[in-house]
Design a protein around this ligand. Structure first.
Ligand SMILES: [Zn+2]
Length: 131
């Protein structure tokens, strides 16, 4: 239940940010999840969909997930390469003196909040396009 804990942690953070911005409702959240973060994105999404129903500010929030490609750096030839494909061994020179640069992210990139209705602006009673 690793993902569920992470989802709750993320929701807490989003709620705090929304409150700071006096936003009542969050429209969408964009999360960056690294390829080798160990997070299963489909499961993360599933946990989010069920957890958000208990949080009034997030009831209609959409979750966007951006997968960050894992990239390693080789200290011998000073080049980078995709980690998932080649692992610890540098495909350029064969060295294993490499380390991960990107790929362990689990960060909130963006939160969009719903704009409060503007004062004096009337909400159309019969919108032409159903949303
Ligand atoms: Zn190398």
């Amino acid at each position: 239940m690793h993902e569920l804990g992470l989802v709750f942690h993320m929701i807490d953070a989003v709620e705090a940010i929304a409150k700071d911005n006096k936003a009542l409702e969050v429209a969408s959240i964009t999360m960056e999840i690294g390829e080798v973060s160990g997070v299963v994105t489909s499961y993360f999404r599933e946990c989010f969909e069920s957890a958000k129903t208990k949080v009034p500010a997030l009831k209609e929030a959409k979750l966007e997930i951006v997968v960050v490609e894992a990239v390693s750096y080789c200290q011998d030839c000073k080049k980078t390469y995709p980690t998932v494909k080649y692992g610890k061994k540098c495909p350029h020179c064969g060295s294993d003196r490499t380390y991960l640069v990107y790929g362990r992210e689990l960060t909130i990139r963006e939160i969009k909040v719903k704009d409060p209705p503007l004062e004096g602006e009337e909400t159309p009673k019969n919108p032409a396009k159903p949303s």
